[in-house]
Design a protein around this ligand. Structure first.
Ligand SMILES: [Fe+2]
Length: 137
């Protein structure tokens, strides 16, 4: 279980709320896997995680457009890579199920990616907005 830290905040309320929520969804998914809650429950939590991820990335990309964020294309690419990881995961769970070991590994990969992405890439969005005197939001 990974907890949110205030230092992860990028200073944009809507996005910060979504990031918190995303971490909740990730934790729910991994809990379902590690507690071996059954394929149905695991698939259901992964579905929520996927849908929430798509919604969040779309909102974030719209925000970047609105503020003329200079690295939008790069940023979009990293989102697409994460979505692909989640879709591949969905496929693999459908066909092969989940093992505890692969879950632990995956937990690290997805969570590390998310927190890294927030700290390195999403923080730039907050800085960009702050540099424009918060006029864009
Ligand atoms: Fe992002």
């Amino acid at each position: 279980m990974i907890n949110w830290k205030d230092s992860y905040d990028i200073g944009v309320e809507k996005i910060d709320c979504q990031h918190r929520q995303l971490l909740v969804k990730l934790n729910e998914f991994f809990e379902a896997c590690t507690n071996q809650q059954g394929k149905e429950k695991i698939e259901e939590t992964l579905k929520f995680l996927k849908e929430y991820t798509l919604e969040h990335f779309s909102d974030e990309e719209h925000l970047m457009q609105d503020i003329d964020f200079p690295e939008l294309a790069e940023h979009r690419k990293t989102h697409a890579e994460f979505v692909k990881t989640v879709l591949d995961l969905e496929e693999s769970i459908k066909s092969k199920g989940v093992s505890v070991l692969s879950t632990i590994k995956l937990n690290r990969t997805l969570t590390d990616w998310l927190l890294n992405h927030i700290n390195k890439c999403d923080k730039l969005i907050g800085q960009c907005i702050a540099s424009k005197g918060n006029q864009a939001v």
